[in-house]
Ligand binder design. Structure first.
Ligand code: UT7
Length: 334
């Protein structure tokens, strides 16, 4: 039994914020952000553009994109997010209700920026085991709600977005391998220190530090090392070699990281697909929104072998090898 990709879509909030606009309110510049990261613009949510709302819209876009499918209904929804609508309950049941998917299995997972790969691996296992016949996975984050607007080392880097993919069981196989890993020894590299049980259970119970923090330089090096390992492992598991790869879609955190990864696998620059100049680092949405962009403009073609890879808080990492489906997918960002 194989796993087939039949739908893909994404969503961003209406408000676009350029580097120039940010440099009017923060001690930064278009020149610094562009040369150090490659990011030019990002979208910021308004108060109604929550994680569930962006997830719902991405889900609608993915459902509309399907051109070939049997009649079976979506029976599982996985939302990968580290910025859920509420700490309790999970966001996925709400999104399933908004999408009118019925009383289905619905769960969140949190692997921060690696969330989409973790969700894909879980989705793949649920379908191959026969537990699910048709599944929607969504990567969605609204990082503007956890960032300190005065912190120039994080605020310019992230944008809000959601991306959704629909998978079914099939004789075709579009997921050739998945690989994931983690190392909790490094939880402090990417973190919101307070706001969870650790701070609530302290005698003072104070939530002093509720903003997102990242040790950029160390994360930069670990991201390269672990995405390199992940791509190698996923290729080994798929039985393919780097010469068989048409495109790589790395997590969209920094163009310099993406360039290094493609050099390490001797891929040319055109083979590393990007969307970060347009959307910034959208955390769990980063891989699906990049896929949508390149399916829409026709870069990604049927039969292409694509390696997706990510790195994020936890720390976590992972990769998957995809064979792009033969049937058309009308992918869009809405
Ligand atoms: O999504 C999860 C995974 N995340 C990542 O993979 C991110 C990995 N890390 C990075 O992408 C980069 O480390 C950053 C983009 C976060 C930072 O770039 P960097 O080249 O490592 O810069 P840095 O942190 O070493 O800072 C260099 C200088 C510092 O000034 P001094 O100390 O040299 O005077 C910073 O204060 O740049 C300064 N700086 C800024 N200047 C203008 C930091 N942020 C800014 C800014 N505008 N926005």
């Amino acid at each position: 039994m194989g796993v087939k990709i039949i739908g893909l879509g994404a969503s961003v909030p209406l408000k676009l914020v350029t580097n120039e606009e940010l440099s009017r309110v923060l001690d930064t510049s278009d020149e610094w952000i562009t040369t150090r990261t490659g990011i030019k613009r990002r979208h910021h949510s308004s108060s109604s553009e929550t994680t569930s709302y962006l997830s719902y819209k991405a889900g609608v876009a993915a459902l509309r994109s399907v051109t070939h499918s049997d009649d079976s209904d979506v029976d599982t929804l996985i939302v990968a997010t580290s910025t859920p609508d509420r700490r309790c309950p999970a966001t996925a049941p709400k999104v399933a209700a908004m999408l009118r998917l019925g009383k289905i299995r619905a769960l969140d997972i949190n692997a921060v920026c690696t969330g989409f790969i973790y969700a894909l691996e879980l989705a793949d296992a649920l379908i191959r085991s026969g537990k699910s016949k048709k599944l929607m996975l969504i990567g969605a984050d609204v990082f503007t709600t956890i960032l300190n607007k005065q912190d120039r080392t994080t605020y310019p880097l992230f944008g809000d977005a959601a991306g959704a993919m629909i998978l079914t069981n099939s004789d075709d196989d579009n997921i050739l391998s998945t690989y994931t890993g983690s190392d909790g020894e490094y939880e402090n590299l990417i973190t919101i220190p307070d706001g969870g049980t650790e701070s609530a259970l302290r005698p003072d119970g104070v939530n002093a530090d509720v903003f997102f923090r990242m040790e950029g330089k160390e994360v930069f090096l670990k991201a390269i090392a672990h995405m390199k390992e992940s791509v190698s492992e996923a290729l080994n598991l798929s039985g393919l070699s780097k010469e068989n790869v048409d495109y790589i879609v790395p997590h969209q955190a920094n163009k310099r990281i993406i360039d290094t990864i493609s050099q390490l696998f001797e891929l040319n620059k055109d083979q590393a697909l990007m969307s970060l100049e347009e959307y910034g680092n959208t955390s769990a949405a980063s891989i699906p929104i990049t896929l949508v962009r390149h399916v829409k403009v026709g870069t990604i073609k049927p039969g292409n072998k694509i390696v997706v890879t990510a790195f994020g808080g936890g720390i976590t990492w992972g990769a998957a090898v995809l064979r792009w489906p033969d049937e058309k997918i009308n992918a869009n960002v809405i």
